[in-house]
Every structure is written in C-alpha cells, then in structure tokens.
Ligand binder design. Structure first.
Ligand code: PMP
Length: 425
C-alpha cells in the first residue's frame, strides 16, 4: 500500500473522489451514533444491579456501631475507608469518602484552595495576581474546565505514554512560586492509555517547588480499570513520604466506572495531616455524605478482592469493543500515512493522533455523517490543541454493531481529511 504522502496529485485526486463517494453513502443513511463520552455500556451497568439489593428494609444499617441512616461521620464510614483505602493503597486514616463524584471533590479542593488556601499556604491561592497549574497534554477536559472556571492559568506539559516531561516540570516549579500544582491521570492516562513509569512517579514525588503549598492532583480514576493488562503504578503517597513531601499530593478516585456513574462513591486519599486539615474545611460545607451508599458498596463488594473480581468482568465486556476499534484502525488506516494510535492497557479511551492540522476536520466530517466524537481540542487546556491532531475515541457505550459502523465512518473521515489536507483543499 502506498502512503498518501507518496502519492502524486493525480492519485490523490482520484482517491479523494472515491472516498467522497463512500462518505456520501454513509451520510445518506442518516445515522445517529455517539462515540463522545466514556460512559459504561448497559451490559456493564447490569453487573452492579445486585448492589441495589445489598440494603433493604430489613437490613442492619450499622457500620461498626454507626447508624448509616443518620447524620455524622463527615469523612466517611470505617468499613468504606478500609475498602477504598486498600484500593488506593493508603490506610483508613488517610482517606476521605465523600459524595458520589471524585470530580466534585477535585473542584471543591481547588475552590477551597483558591478561597482559603491549603495546609501550609501563606495566603489563599486566589489572592495572587496569577496562579498557574501544569497540565500534561493530552489530558482530561474536565480538569481543564475546573481551572478555566476558577481563573487558573494552565501550562501545557507534553505527555508520553510513560509520563509527563519531567525536565520541564522540574524547571517550571522551581522557578515560579505561583505555579501551585499539577494535574495527573497516572494510570491508563486519559486519553493516552499508558501508565506513569516508576521514574516519573519518583521524580514527581521529589519535586522541590518554589511554592511551599504546591499540590499534585493525582486523579487515579482508572486505578483498577484494566482492559488488556493490569499495569503497576507506584504509590505516590508513599513516594512523597520518602521524599520528605508527605503533604504534597491529593489522590482521587471513585466507583463511577466500577458500579454506577454519578451514583457511586467518590474518595480522596492524602496524608493524615491533610485529612485533618481538609476535614476542618469540609465541616463548613457538609454534616455528612450518603453513608447508605457507602455501606451498600461495602456490603456488595465485601473487600478489595470482590471489587477486583468485578473489574475483571468489566474488562471482559470492554475488551471486544476495544478490539473492534483497534482492528478497524489497523485494517483501514495502517500504512496509509494517515495518523497513528496507541493501544491502551486499560481505561476508557483509544487515542488517535491525526496528521497535524486534520483533527477538527475529521471530527466535523464524522458529525456530518451522523457520528458524534469528542470535540477535537478537548484534550488540551482552553480547547486548543496546537497541532490539531488528537482525537479521543470512547468505545464503551455503543453496541458492537454501532461501534463497527461508527469506526467505518471514522476511518473514511480520517482518510478524506488527510487527502484533502495534502491536496491543500
Ligand atoms: N477523572 C477522570 C480522569 C475521568 O475520566 C472521569 C470520568 N469518568 C472522572 C474523573 C469523573 O469521575 P467521577 O464520576 O467520580 O466524578
């Protein structure tokens, strides 16, 4: 097969005409397919239905003597701290179990830092003329939305499959005390799919920031979400302790993609000192969270092994969908000089990296043919991907039939956009 870059103008023009015809055929079908967000499929949601029966009218709603039907226990019930502490690799006094969303906890942490500061702050972050956050890219759009909403300036840091550009990070944090923190999705990075290497984790834990109240927002959303391979990630809190930075990290997680998104359990893990400091701040916001939901999760899973067994079932349901996406990319695009892609070990996304300057056009062609993709640019702060090349493919929600059709349309759109670009159209 000849790569598009090796074709002459005549060949490219013929290819464009053939692709346009194929594309118009799909368009005429009037399809409505969505590959935009990483939602679990209906089969995955069905896995957790027995959890709804874990508590019923006859159940004992007590957890170590605590009546979960009533107010109290602002930082969560003991059995949930134990279970999710084990999942996060921390002890029960190093975790806060909150409401039903880790993203809400991240937003709240950031806004409390802006309004009041974190443990060790000389003044609230919001009192500085400018506060900056480091953002490994491609990254998770909703992290960037939090910063943009709160007026925190974002600095792009190139991310590889094995971690962010540490040389650049070390330099930026050492030089500027208004660089207050960084985002990390360390395992099955959203959306690249790799896991931070031991070296990357150790160098992050050992940072020497000019800002004494620097915080790493370690969003371990996919801690147990393997698809092909259960990779090992070093425990950042342990590494921070070893490096003499025990309070520098906030770790986040939730059961959104373990049980029910939006109706699971969210948690944040951190040093005991940070837990105590944060609990005092939280006291102004809440009396307690939904302890019945925490108890329901604990009774259903019983222990971390129970939770891991459920994740094996999720992986078995997700694998054929990831296979279908990768197979389509391999068979339709490999060797054509039309971008590249990363086979992830786990998580929820396959990242497709288009030829520079093609991503927006591909997403818009897909939309024209009835396939909604995540906006090009969503992987970067302010929605601006400087090379216009990253597209996040979310295979989990569509049925296998929808997925295979959507991928055919995606691949034709990729080819058409690439040829158009080369023709200067
Ligand atoms: N972090 C990352 C990296 C995500 O991909 C998602 C979406 N599942 C979230 C956080 C949102 O988590 P939650 O539902 O707990 O708010």
């Amino acid at each position: 097969m000849k790569a598009y870059q090796e074709m002459n103008r005549g060949e490219l023009t013929a290819e464009r005409a053939a692709l346009q015809q194929e594309f118009d055929g799909y368009k005429a079908k009037g399809l409505k397919l969505n590959m935009a967000r990483g939602k679990p499929g209906a089969d995955q949601l069905a896995l957790s239905m027995p959890m709804l029966d874990a508590l019923n009218s006859g159940s004992d709603c007590k957890d170590e003597g605590i009546d979960c039907r009533n107010y109290g226990e602002l930082t969560g019930i003991p059995s949930a701290k134990k279970l999710f502490g084990e999942v996060m690799g921390v002890s029960a006094d190093e975790i806060i179990i909150g409401g039903s969303s880790s993203l809400t906890m991240m937003y709240d942490c950031m806004s409390r830092a802006m309004l009041k500061g974190v443990l060790g702050s000389e003044k609230p972050w919001g009192k500085y003329d400018k506060v900056k956050f480091l953002c490994p890219v491609p990254g998770y759009d909703r992290h960037f939305t939090i910063c943009e909403f709160l007026g925190i300036e974002m600095i792009n840091i190139p991310l590889t499959e094995w971690g962010p550009d540490m040389d650049l990070i070390e330099k930026l944090v050492a030089d500027d005390e208004t660089v207050k923190g960084m985002w990390c999705v360390p395992k099955y990075t959203n959306p690249l799919g790799g896991t931070y290497s031991d070296e990357a984790v150790r160098r992050i834990a050992a940072l020497k920031p000019a800002a004494k109240d620097f915080r790493i927002f370690w969003d371990n959303a996919y801690a147990v979400h393997h698809v092909y391979k259960d990779t090992r990630l070093l425990n950042i809190l342990d590494e921070c302790k070893k490096a003499g930075n025990p309070n520098m990290v906030y770790m986040f997680g939730s059961t959104s993609k373990i049980t029910f998104p939006g109706a699971g359990v969210g948690y944040m893990a951190m040093s005991k000192e940070n837990v105590e400091f944060t609990a005092k701040q939280l006291n102004a916001q809440a009396i307690s969270w939904d302890k019945l939901n925490m108890l329901r999760h604990v009774r259903y899973f019983k222990n971390a092994d129970g939770l891991r067994a459920q994740m094996d079932k999720h992986a078995a349901l997700l694998r054929p969908k990831f296979d279908a996406v990768l197979k389509a990319l391999d068979s339709e695009l490999a060797g054509r000089g039309a971008g590249r892609w990363v086979k992830p070990d786990g998580g929820y996304f396959v990242t497709y990296i288009a030829e520079n300057g093609c991503a927006k056009r591909i997403v818009s062609l897909c939309k024209e043919a009835g396939v909604v993709m995540t906006n090009a640019g969503a992987t970067h702060p302010y929605g601006k991907d400087p090379d216009d090349c990253y597209i996040r493919i979310a295979p989990s929600f569509p049925t296998p039939e929808e997925l295979s059709l959507a991928m055919q349309i995606f691949c034709v759109s990729v080819r058409l956009a690439t040829v158009e670009k080369l023709l200067g159209a």
